[in-house]
Design a protein around this ligand. Structure first.
Ligand code: SF4
Length: 653
């Protein structure tokens, strides 16, 4: 059906957010003005702006007064390519700075059809509770019977209670017990895993958010969305990236597909010789694919497959980082073990990446015989020791007595050790700003290294298109096809950190930040997947009626990163934290074609300052008033565009 309306205001969105106070059960509606949607787009940019204006500086991430937001955008939530997205925003219990986690899947589609474009949760319920969001109204309900259940059982119980229109974002035992890297799992298997936002729910006694899918707001031109999606479907198999995502076993299986030496890190980045995976791994994974995930309504790419496993098939999806976290990071190379762990992490509601890097540090510390087994409940942690690691993983996820310190995340865990041990352990704790590293090697990927250091979120693998895609040796043939509008038509060796790399990285950071702001899936988007910026503009126009340029997209991205930077500065995270662990400066890659590569301190520090300069920050990383003004982010332009009005009386809490 093609619907075209005159005017462009209000299409594709509800125009407001629901707000609920868990302590009182009182709800309200936050109207977001049209010009605010146009300026802020939605998702993490809308979220961080809310936190800046509605929370006080210095509030602990787990304080009852902290706010937690589930957000769509002006564009996301429609059944078209790349739009099945939801973003969760809060202060991160790991970093103390801005926390944001994206999740694809049906929950984001349901959120858009809930009568509002998002939910703001504040306060702490007096007893375990869940929030029901239906037809624009949020209400609080008892969840005492759900507390202690895993995320799948919680979802099943809430679906039984509320019917087939219910979509559930739940925490498991990790969130309940305030593991600082607990995640939120939507519809059993799509996780907003990173940055500890599940612990924020746990601290609020909030077991779940149930969103009732109702009527999706009418887009400006549904025909355009259908045509862009159909075009994309035609092109999937012709693009190596989208083809890998589409075909079984899907993009979660990448570590088993070739030699990742120098591109991925294993066993705490102490050596670049990666654990040997079974030669049959890809065949094993392919044989275990149960079905497509069915998880991203309207998107033909079907990236996240569900796999048979020995724990819970419904929770068996494999996202892009999980295999690397367990197989490369901890040498748990058995396909069965990886798939069981992936499902278990969904059930516990825990981030496999932070979990892995916390344990990697502990394993390395134990190898040096510095770590008394009394600190790990008598278990000797060893890379590849399945029995020991599975016991520790379960103990951390469930916050078993004696292992609580490891549930604090790797930075706090090593900081809590006795003095002599802490000195040995700190260099092994691979994190930036308190967020554990990712498995994608920074020493030979200069743009990624810079991005992970300067990102207000900390190191996240999906901040920027990876340098390998523009590398003359390993890059795909089409790697540069879309890059001219981002200032480069040249291949560049992935480890080189020069002016070309820095300017390219600035543009690529803003690009993906812009896509994140609009809630458009990075795994469908430019510069190497099949959605071009022109098609992004068509998607935006199809939903909203807006005409946008590539510069608009980059500006949304720049606004998001700068406001996140302002939030971090407010919370005490300054430019001195914009760096990476010493290991990447002190130890070179010791194998493969990138052998000898490491980050150079002076070059890297200069690149960070140059990044500041190019993005409108002073040499200390503080956004300048002129740049904020240029992007429309001066406080006077932001004050008038939202209003809050009570919409319901206090309910049960
Ligand atoms: S590109 Fe993949 S992950 Fe993104 S919305 Fe489409 S199917 Fe989901």
């Amino acid at each position: 059906v093609t619907e075209r309306r005159s005017g462009t205001e209000g299409f594709g969105r509800n125009g407001s957010l629901a707000r609920i106070d868990l302590a009182t059960g009182r709800g309200s509606r936050v109207e977001v003005a049209d010009d605010a949607w146009r300026l802020l787009g939605g998702s993490g940019l809308l979220g961080v702006r809310h936190l800046l204006e509605n929370t006080t500086s210095g509030l602990d991430a787990l304080d009852p007064e902290a706010h937690l937001l589930f957000l769509s955008s002006a564009v996301a939530g429609h059944e078209a390519v790349g739009l099945a997205r939801c973003t969760v925003v809060a202060k991160s219990p790991l970093t103390g700075g801005i926390g944001e986690s994206r999740v694809e899947g049906p929950f984001g589609i349901a959120l858009k059809a809930s009568g509002v474009d998002g939910l703001i949760v504040e306060g702490r319920a007096y007893s375990p509770s869940y929030v029901l969001l239906e037809e624009g109204r949020a209400s609080v309900h008892p969840a005492g019977d759900l507390w202690g259940l895993d995320t799948a059982a919680t979802t099943t119980a809430l679906e039984a209670r509320h019917g087939v229109r219910a979509h559930v974002a739940a925490i498991g035992v990790s969130g309940e017990r305030l593991v600082r890297f607990a995640g939120i799992v939507t519809d059993r298997t799509h996780a907003a895993a990173r940055m500890g936002l599940g612990a924020v729910m746990g601290a609020k006694n909030l077991k779940a958010v149930v969103v009732m899918r109702g009527v999706t707001p009418l887009p400006f031109d549904a025909g355009v969305l259908g045509r862009v999606t159909a075009d994309y479907r035609q092109l999937i198999l012709g693009n190596p990236q989208t083809r890998q995502q589409f075909e079984a076993p899907g993009f979660g299986a990448w570590p088993a597909e070739g030699d990742a030496t120098g591109y991925a890190g294993g066993t705490n980045y102490r050596t670049s010789v990666l654990p040997t995976l079974p030669a049959t791994a890809i065949a094993d994974l392919r044989a275990r694919v149960l079905t497509d995930s069915g998880g991203c309504p309207g998107c033909p790419n079907d990236c996240v497959k569900t796999f048979a496993n020995g724990v819970d098939a419904g929770a068996g999806s494999l996202d892009e980082e999980v295999y690397a976290a367990f197989a490369l990071g901890l040498s748990l190379t058995s396909t069965d073990t990886v798939l069981d762990l992936a499902a278990s992490c969904h059930l516990w509601g825990i981030d496999p990446v932070s979990l892995s890097f916390t344990l990697q540090a502990v394993c390395e510390l134990a190898e040096s015989e510095e770590l008394p087994v009394s600190l790990t409940n008598g278990i000797a942690p060893r890379f590849g020791d399945e029995e020991a690691l599975l016991a520790l993983i379960e103990g951390i996820a469930t916050r078993a007595p004696g292992l609580e310190w490891l549930g604090e995340g790797v930075a706090r865990a090593v900081a809590s050790l006795p003095d002599a041990l802490r000195e040995v352990a700190e260099p092994l704790a691979l994190h930036s700003k308190g967020l554990e590293m990712v498995s994608f090697e920074p020493r030979a990927s200069a743009g990624q290294a810079l991005a992970w250091a300067v990102s207000p979120l900390g190191p996240r693998y999906e901040l920027v298109e990876h340098d390998i895609d523009f590398d003359p040796v390993d890059g795909p043939a089409h790697g540069l096809e879309q890059m001219a509008e981002f200032g480069t038509t040249e291949w560049q060796p992935m480890g080189v950190l020069d002016e070309t790399r820095i300017t390219r990285t600035v543009a690529l950071l803003d690009l993906w930040s812009g896509l994140d702001t609009l809630g458009i899936c990075l795994f469908a988007g430019p510069p190497v997947r099949e959605l071009t910026t022109d098609q992004i503009a068509r998607l935006v126009a199809g939903v909203t009626g807006w005409t946008i340029s590539t510069q608009d997209l980059l500006d949304w991205g720049a606004r998001r990163l700068l406001l996140m930077r302002l939030y971090n500065l407010r919370e005490g995270l300054d430019g001195s934290l914009d760096t990476l662990p010493d290991r990447f400066f002190d130890r070179a890659i010791d194998a493969g074609r990138h052998r000898g590569a490491r980050l150079d301190r002076d070059t890297f520090a200069s690149a960070v300052v140059r990044y500041y300069d190019l993005t409108g920050c002073d040499p200390d990383g503080r956004p300048t008033a002129a740049r904020l003004d240029e992007l429309g982010l001066t406080s006077s332009s932001l004050r008038h565009d939202i209003s809050t009005a009570p919409t319901q009386k206090a309910g049960p809490s």
